[in-house]
Write a protein that binds this ligand. Structure first.
Ligand SMILES: Cc1cc2nc3c(=O)[nH]c(=O)nc-3n(C[C@H](O)[C@H](O)[C@H](O)COP(=O)(O)OP(=O)(O)OC[C@H]3O[C@@H](n4cnc5c(N)ncnc54)[C@H](O)[C@@H]3O)c2cc1C
Length: 304
């Protein structure tokens, strides 16, 4: 089935503005890299999301869920199938007492600001992570001693049989940058986080402090996908890379950040090929020098 035929089937139920053909993925990833998706859909309701997934499964069309694209490298040849973007069209946030429910497309910064507005503490750590709630549950995102596992009460997900179910914190099997969502190809529709009442100024100070620490330590002015590698046990990927004399090492416009060696940055026109070649070079160099294997945190999809 070609991309026009796929789009036609989806357009039977979805409005025209929601379905695009040949959408450049570089416009939807923080790396600013990535060729076109054959078909791109941005649902605004759970029914539209389910319809898109059911259609893809029924017709045997590959699909991939995209959040804010802040942990993703899409290859230059783009994606053959349907990219389902759970983002701005599905980003409602509501507060009930100490609990905050956010749809999967809500950005963590918006959720954190809602917590601040309601004097709720416990989510400050997530303020500077540039992902969505869906991506954060999938990755069990974390920073500065906090992680999603500490605050999630439950998540509404579409399971592998296409059923909408609610998983509790322990059922989500959240570990270091891992979750049941990853293992079982589930899709997050929304999540409830449970927090505590706190002092408005203290919450604000904490958020400001963490933002300041990020600005001074991370290359936030250049496109990247955050930490390229997971933290190896008992070590830091950035330090191993720095101690391998790779600070500033470049392949094309893909470069080991001079500010934080754990990040690869796009200095302008980096291609996915540049990034992948740089990743291999880093992994090999660190292995030769320190006998350590660096595992990717970054996810890579698409065609060369
Ligand atoms: C400057 C910078 C700083 C960062 N700092 C941190 C940090 O401190 N801590 C940290 O943990 N991460 C950090 N990251 C990485 C990234 O922001 C997180 O991994 C984030 O959780 C990814 O969310 P996303 O919405 O962008 O997901 P995407 O990058 O769009 O997707 C990541 C994965 O999640 C899946 N996914 C996304 N949404 C859903 C959904 N609704 N249901 C099921 N699967 C879904 C995708 O299929 C994909 O496999 C940073 C990134 C950048 C660019």
């Amino acid at each position: 089935m070609n991309k026009n035929e796929i789009a036609q089937i989806l357009l039977k139920e979805l409005p025209e503005y929601m379905v695009k053909i040949d959408e450049p993925m570089k416009n939807h990833t923080s790396f600013k890299i990535g060729g076109p998706a054959d078909v791109y859909v941005s649902p605004s309701t759970v029914d539209q999301l389910k319809f898109t997934i059911d259609t893809c499964k029924d017709k045997n069309i590959p699909y991939y869920i995209l959040g804010n694209g802040s942990n993703l490298l899409v290859k230059d040849g783009g994606y053959r199938g349907v990219i389902i973007h759970i983002f701005r069209n599905m980003n409602d946030i509501s507060v009930k007492g100490n609990e905050v429910y956010a749809q999967a497309g809500a950005l963590l910064v918006k959720v954190a600001n809602t917590c601040l507005d309601n004097n709720l503490t416990g989510f400050e750590f997530a303020h500077g992570i540039p992902g969505t709630i869906g991506g954060a549950v999938f990755m069990n995102a974390g920073a500065y001693g906090g992680e999603m596992k500490q605050v999630i009460l439950s998540a509404d997900v579409i399971d592998k049989n296409g059923k909408l179910i609610t998983l509790t914190n322990s059922e989500l099997e959240l570990g270091y940058r891992t979750s049941k969502i990853q293992k079982e190809n589930m899709i997050v529709v929304g999540a409830t986080i449970s927090l505590e009442q706190g002092d408005h100024n203290e919450i604000k100070d904490m958020m400001d402090d963490l933002a300041h620490r990020r600005r001074t330590k991370q290359p936030l002015t250049l496109p990247s996908a955050g930490s390229t590698f997971k933290r190896p046990e008992g070590a830091y990927a950035g330090k191993l890379i720095m101690d391998s004399n790779l600070r500033g090492y470049k392949v094309g416009d893909a470069c080991v950040s001079e500010k934080h060696c754990g990040f690869i940055v796009n200095k302008g026109q980096a291609t996915s090929k540049d990034v992948i070649e740089l990743i291999s070079h880093i992994q090999q160099t660190v292995k030769d020098k320190f006998q350590r294997e660096l595992q990717l945190e970054l996810r890579i999809i698409g065609e060369d």
